[in-house]
Ligand binder design. Structure first.
Ligand SMILES: Nc1ncnc2c1ncn2[C@@H]1O[C@H](COP(=O)(O)OP(=O)(O)OP(=O)(O)O)[C@@H](O)[C@H]1O
Length: 263
């Protein structure tokens, strides 16, 4: 297996008018990594996430994915290069079944040519069948086989989050970027989600980057944590290292948030 990082970002910066929202953000995400990006309100987490996923173009700095320079590429090119993402607000096709939702995630990689699809040639049916089998396997592995034919919109919020991650996995990504995955989940769903993300990271061998407000989740989940404050990375290390870092404690307490770094 190659040692090339799945994502390498160096010196990423984003300026909005006079505000430097992200200033010199670096990330090395290797195969199998489970990394969290945290920071107080307005620290620049969402902006950094949007830079990594191609939603925003960096004002300076660069991003490579699996060794290929992807700086300034739009989201669909980032996805093609192997970056899958989820959204803060779950975006499923609510009227499609769980299985169909997962299949949608695989179309990018497994679909037949447009002509074969329009004419419904044998290659179209072969690729649909391959995709269906692969998606069934994913639905099993994400623990939702009992709901495979159920309307996705009828599932609990926690299970919808699983479907969303399953759909991302169907694209066979090299990295999964999760934008506040615990948003809207209750404590028991959040605890299930932590085990689930760990399972996905270990079983699928996928690098995971989690941007999250819920400090407790990140501390319990990630092997390595990056802390942003006012656009700059102020700390990076294990949960234990980050929790006792004076700059991190100051950043959280200094913002007047009730949440402490070691919550
Ligand atoms: N499109 C934009 N135009 C102008 N300023 C922006 C834009 N997006 C973000 N900002 C500013 O950039 C800074 C960083 O915002 P960002 O949303 O990235 O922080 P965050 O860490 O995700 O915050 P939160 O935890 O509150 O979601 C903030 O001061 C914000 O007001």
């Amino acid at each position: 297996m190659s040692d090339t990082p799945v994502i390498e970002a160096s010196g990423l910066a984003k300026r909005f008018g006079g505000l430097l929202a992200v200033d010199g953000y670096d990330l090395q995400l290797d195969r199998g990594d489970l990394v969290g990006l945290i920071g107080p309100n307005g620290a620049g987490k969402t902006t950094a996430f949007n830079l990594l996923t191609g939603v925003l173009r960096p004002s300076s700095g660069g991003i490579s994915v699996n060794g290929a320079d992807m700086t300034g590429m739009p989201p669909h090119m980032m996805a093609r290069a192997g970056l899958a993402r989820t959204f803060q607000n779950i975006r499923l096709f609510e009227d499609l079944s769980v299985l169909e939702n997962v299949m949608c995630g695989g179309h990018m990689r497994h679909s037949a040519s447009t002509l074969a699809t329009m004419l419904q040639l044998p290659s179209f049916w072969r690729s649909e069948e391959t995709l269906r089998q692969m998606s069934r396997d994913i639905v099993d592995r994400i623990g939702l086989s009992a709901f495979a034919q159920q309307r996705a919109g009828d599932l609990s919020y926690g299970d919808q989050r699983r479907v969303e991650i399953g759909r991302a996995l169907a694209g066979e990504p090299a990295a999964l970027l999760l934008d506040e995955p615990a948003a809207g989940l209750n404590p028991s769903e959040t605890s299930d989600l932590v085990s689930f993300i760990r399972q996905v990271n270990a079983e699928f061998g996928i690098a995971v980057l989690v941007v999250e407000h819920d400090m407790h989740l990140v501390m319990g989940l990630c092997d390595r944590i990056q802390v942003l404050n006012r656009g700059k990375l102020i700390a990076e290390g294990s949960p234990q290292e980050v929790q006792k870092d004076p700059a991190v404690i100051e950043a959280y307490l200094g913002t007047g948030r009730k949440e402490k770094a070691h919550a």
